[in-house]
Design a protein. Structure first.
Length: 224
């Protein structure tokens, strides 16, 4: 009984140590760190549906405009996300899918600043939704290629920091940028800044993804 008790009390400590080892491996993997940092810019953009885009919708369509805006975003995701992911993954490498999706998100936000009607804004929002629905699944695919199988949980956990940090920055800055543009008399300025942020993110992603294994390389490593 004493022996069994000793073994049992050692298990939590051993589990914590393994967890810390996985976290240390993730934090010290330069490929994962670069990828996570680069994605902060995208997640800053992805929160704007609930901040800057909503403000623009209310400006152009009144307080009832938020319903159609969110319905469009949700409806496109339900109808198109899975087939669009299948089609893009069959024709393009995951790295290309990610950078094209972030570019589409950035450009659609830039165009929103020039939309003069609610219908035009909805068209821009549709492009925005097409970009955003591709990014998160593709991010997960790329992280899985970086992670050793035994440390996948730690790698995914660390990569989620990009969502936390980028989302916080987006919620903090989105409305402030809109107010800033209005105060300067240049309402398009915040939208152009968001677009530039997205395009800089694409450049950062191309740099960060240069050492990420392809699907074939990841499969070969898993079989070795």
């Amino acid at each position: 009984m004493l022996a069994d008790s000793a073994v049992t009390t050692e298990h939590p400590a051993a589990g914590r140590e393994r967890g810390l080892d996985g976290l240390r491996a993730a934090v010290t993997d330069p490929r994962l760190v670069r990828f996570t940092l680069a994605l902060i810019g995208y997640f800053l953009l992805s929160t704007q549906l609930n901040v800057a885009v909503t403000l623009r919708a209310v400006e152009l369509g009144g307080t009832g405009a938020t319903g159609p805006l969110y319905a469009l975003n949700a409806g496109l995701a339900v109808l198109l996300q899975y087939p669009l992911l299948r089609w893009t993954s069959a024709h393009w490498p995951a790295r290309t899918v990610l950078t094209v999706a972030v570019s589409l998100t950035a450009v659609s936000l830039g165009l929103m600043g020039f939309a003069q009607t609610f219908t035009a804004l909805l068209a821009c929002a549709a492009l925005y939704s097409l970009g955003t629905m591709l990014v998160f699944p593709t991010q997960q695919t790329l992280v899985s290629r970086l992670a050793p199988p035994a440390l996948a949980g730690s790698y995914f956990g660390f990569s989620s920091l990009s969502l936390g940090v980028g989302g916080a920055l987006g919620n903090l800055l989105g409305g402030s940028l809109v107010d800033f543009g209005q105060a300067l008399g240049h309402p398009q300025l915040p939208w152009l800044l968001l677009m530039v942020t997205g395009l800089l993110t694409v450049i950062a992603l191309r740099w960060a993804l240069r050492d990420v294994p392809t699907a074939e390389q990841a499969a070969q490593s898993a079989n070795e």
